[in-house]
Design a protein around this ligand. Structure first.
Ligand code: AMP
Length: 400
């Protein structure tokens, strides 16, 4: 049982159903959508609301327009793409609050859908201004949040609006995201493995500490591993080390040891003299990184080690690359890990930052159980087990 309502709990017939979606899609210079997966993932909720005769109002942000209109960040192209995907007209309203919007919304008939203009064209959205939240609420009979990707933000449309609406709950995408997190973290098949890579310990420390309470095994890789090597007194050359996190690295090792969590680090590394696509490179054991060289990917022995750890796990949570996978020369470790996860029958969830990009490149998107649509939200959910946009729905339930 979830501690908040879902769209299926409401009678939507003839109601103004305001759905906060995440249509923050990538676009090229000419305003063409280059990847519409976020729009596609909203379809189950939008179609459900339409099939149940809701008068559907969709709202989203796109990019970071600094609180004022920016034609390059208009959601109009999204309305056109959505219309094609729904095979239905989508009324685009070139504002998101005010009397004109209210009039347009009043004209919507049951089973019709409108998309509002970019919420962040108003400063009130990111400032969580109560007046802006009230203006959005005035368009709403039933509020549905289906924007997992922004659920870690206390913004007017994700957070501030909730106390001002009569009824509020979540959509199918949000439900799915929460469902996979619960499967992976609340009642996981064991052993449960977390793979944490990426650039900096400082941005992942909370997640690592929190996961150490739950997992059986943890792989720590990417540039982060070098701060641990510094703690162990090994030479790190020019590798990325966070000097002020060295003590913290020691605490992580101690906390894993106390909790009986097995920690795995790369055992060898691909080093180069500079971070450049054609840099000269070689493989060295992690205890022997030569001075003047930097570790930019895991080596072949680490790939074998990690493949074994992955193959022996029932549940896998993955965030962050093993190396500088943006460069051909240093992507092998990351792609090998993606493929190793894809080969196991384990329940696997991945997300945050570039992890989905790496999975795509490895060509294994369909073999990962669930790839989260959230970047920052994925990481915060891993760390805290909840998100502000969900908390506020929960508070509303408790209060009612
Ligand atoms: P994050 O956002 O913390 O998940 O970090 C992702 C970034 O970490 C990517 O852009 C990678 O290029 C970078 N990264 C991973 N491994 C290394 C490494 N060994 N040295 C430098 N950068 C790295």
């Amino acid at each position: 049982m979830l501690p908040y309502k879902t769209i299926e709990d409401f009678d939507l017939e003839g109601k103004r159903v305001f759905i906060r979606v995440d249509y923050n899609v990538p676009m090229d210079e000419d305003g063409n959508i280059t990847d519409d997966v976020r729009i596609r993932r909203s379809l189950p909720t939008v179609n459900y609301a339409l099939d149940h005769n809701g008068r559907v109002i969709l709202a989203s942000h796109l990019g970071r327009p600094k609180g004022e209109p920016d034609p390059k960040l208009s959601l109009r192209p999204v309305a056109i793409r959505l219309s094609r995907l729904l095979e239905k007209e989508v009324h685009f309203i070139p504002e998101c609050i005010g009397p004109e919007v209210e009039k347009e919304v009043e004209r919507l008939r049951p089973g019709e859908v409108a998309l509002l203009e970019n919420l962040r064209f108003h400063k009130g959205e990111t400032k969580n201004d109560p007046e802006f939240a009230k203006a959005l609420a005035s368009l709403t009979d039933v509020y549905i949040n289906d924007a997992f990707g922004t659920a870690h933000r206390r913004h007017a449309s994700t957070y501030g609006i909730v106390p001002f609406v009569a009824e509020a709950g979540i959509g199918f995408l949000m439900k799915k995201e929460i469902g996979y997190f619960n499967k992976a973290l609340v009642s996981p098949g064991r052993p449960l493995l977390a793979i944490i890579g990426g650039a900096k310990i400082s941005t992942k420390i909370g997640i690592m500490e929190s996961l150490l309470q739950k997992v059986d095994k943890m792989i720590v890789s990417g540039a982060m591993a070098f701060t641990f090597y510094r703690y162990l007194g090994w030479p790190t050359g020019k590798s990325l080390v966070e000097g002020d996190m060295v003590d913290m690295a020691g605490k992580i090792i101690e906390s894993a040891w106390k909790g009986g969590v097995k920690l795995y680090f790369p055992v060898d590394t691909v080093v180069a003299k500079e971070m450049a696509p054609r840099a000269e490179s070689q493989v060295t054991p992690c205890q022997e990184i030569p001075s003047g060289w930097m570790g930019l990917d895991i080596g072949p022995a680490s790939i074998i080690l990690f493949e074994e750890v992955i193959a022996g796990s029932e549940t896998i949570i993955w965030n962050g690359p093993m190396g500088v996978f943006e460069m051909e020369k240093f992507k092998k470790g990351t792609l090998s890990v993606a493929r190793a996860i894809a080969r196991t029958p384990a329940l696997s969830i991945a997300g945050g930052g570039d992890t989905d990009v790496a999975i795509n490149e490895a060509g294994v998107t369909d073999q990962i159980t669930y790839i989260s649509t959230g970047g920052g939200a994925f990481l915060e959910f891993l760390e805290k087990g909840t998100l502000p946009a969900l908390e506020v729905l929960n508070e509303k339930e408790v209060a009612q």
